[in-house]
Design a protein around this ligand. Structure first.
Ligand code: ATP
Ligand code: MG
Length: 418
């Protein structure tokens, strides 16, 4: 049997599983040949099965009846975690649902290992919750519980940017003072570390980790902000009530724009509220579109269109979110400039966090010799531009955008468990 340990990068948007094979870190195939698995679960009400990843999203977009859940990691440490979700006759807690997803990853890991695997290093953001140590500890405990319930017996945690640093270090040829940047779907994490071919061999690395910091901002926040600014107005957001005293209440618009809150607009209470809101709205025609989207359970699909537009704006100056349901036909054009204006306050917080990380490390920005980029949101031009401008003299190394953390967690598991 192969070595029975692994590393799991349970990501907000994508997950990977890393193992050591023939002395090298590599990623386990999770869905066909693919090493990444979108962090999505679909409870199919028609056949009673649970599906994961691309298959989950595919079933949902084929409008099979059921419940899709994405961005589950964002629920850890939030108030949502204590709520239950109705899956047909069953009421499931979020920790249980996260457990199903971890269990699925464990199954792939065991298939690859050819036997049971009970030892795992789980990645974690530097902060699950910003500036609240107690809530943060609770979030980690929830993730640990989810993993333990699935049969992992020896569970260790590692910061995601440190895992990325371990992956990066495999390929350095000289000593570097590196800034590790991992911007994903839910969080942006940074480390300042000393790496070198010699240091890579030593087990105790505390002295080489000069600073870690993270902030709860990632690509799913950009999706939410983009949707609120450019799509929700097409559904009545920021339009007034007939009495002219106020605008329509914002909360359902925000829920529909937020990946992990979309299911909240699919309740009977929400539909009643929406009908009332429509009755009071000057632009009832726009609220009708909202209701149509809810009735067609089109929320995740629309969030997917917004995300796709955001990704398109990485390469092109304009993109469109086009919805063509019978009762909701509209197209919202978004420009690169529009995106950048929408996310600029978040990017300010991200860059402030980078600056603070360098300061914590007790070094000057000019001492940083290399910057290692990983995570899908490092592709966002504004984020990349602003972060790189803080360390203009450092050489830029592009990591495996979606795989570095998983590979590094396998290396960490080797240190801890081999
Ligand atoms: N080319 C691109 N341009 C802009 N954003 C992108 C691009 N490719 C992917 N993204 C965004 O990157 C995010 C996913 O990145 P990644 O898979 O690294 O996150 P994650 O590991 O799941 O999240 P986290 O580490 O925060 O838990 C998504 O928000 C996705 O929209
Ligand atoms: Mg990640």
């Amino acid at each position: 049997m192969r070595q029975a340990f692994g590393g799991i990068d349970f990501g907000t948007s994508n997950s990977t599983v890393g193992v050591i094979r023939d002395g090298k870190a590599r990623l386990v195939a999770l869905e066909g040949e693919q090493a990444t698995l979108p962090s999505a679960i679909f409870f199919n009400f028609e056949d009673g099965h649970t599906y994961f990843g691309r298959r989950a999203i595919g079933d949902y977009t084929d409008s099979v009846e059921g419940r899709l859940m994405r961005s589950l990691k964002s629920v850890l440490g939030s108030s949502l975690v204590n709520e239950k979700t109705r899956i047909k006759a069953r009421l499931l807690g979020f920790t249980e649902i996260i457990g199903f997803f971890i269990g699925h990853l464990k199954k792939q890991l065991e298939q690859d290992a050819g036997g049971p695997v009970e030892r795992v290093v789980l990645g974690r953001p530097v902060q699950f919750v910003d500036d609240d140590a107690q809530a943060d500890a609770k979030a980690q405990a929830e993730l640990e519980k989810a993993a333990r319930t699935q049969g992992f017996k020896h569970i260790a945690f590692q910061f995601e940017p440190i895992a990325a640093a371990l992956d990066y270090e495999q390929n350095v040829s000289r000593e570097e003072l590196a800034l590790i940047v991992d911007m994903g779907g839910g969080t942006s994490d940074f480390s300042v570390v000393r790496v070198s071919p010699e240091r890579a061999r030593s087990v105790v690395r505390k002295d080489d980790i000069l600073a870690n910091r993270g902030v709860h901002i990632g690509g799913t926040d950009f999706d939410r902000l983009l949707s609120i600014a450019h799509v929700m107005p097409e559904l009545g957001y920021l339009t007034p009530t007939k009495d002219g005293k106020r605008n329509l209440p914002a909360s359902y618009f925000i829920d529909l724009a937020t990946w992990q809150r979309i299911n909240l607009v699919y309740t009977a209470k929400a539909m009643n509220d929406l009908r009332q809101i429509r009755y009071e709205a000057v632009r009832a025609d726009l609220v009708d579109r909202f209701i149509e989207i809810v009735e067609h359970r089109y929320g995740h699909a629309m969030a997917g269109l917004v995300e796709r537009a955001k990704i398109a704006l990485t390469l092109q100056p304009a993109a469109e979110v086009k919805v063509s349901l019978p009762g909701a036909r509209f197209a919202a054009e978004i420009t690169r400039t529009g995106l950048e204006e929408t996310i600029t306050a978040d990017i300010d917080r991200v860059t402030a966090t980078v600056r603070q990380t360098i300061q914590d490390a007790g070094v000057e920005a000019s001492d940083i010799t290399a910057v290692f980029l990983t995570g899908g949101s490092t592709a966002v031009p504004l984020a990349r531009r602003r972060i790189l401008s803080l360390v203009p003299q450092a050489s830029v190394i592009e990591g495996d955008m979606f795989g570095s953390v998983g590979l590094g967690l396998a290396l960490d598991a080797q240190r801890k468990f081999a």
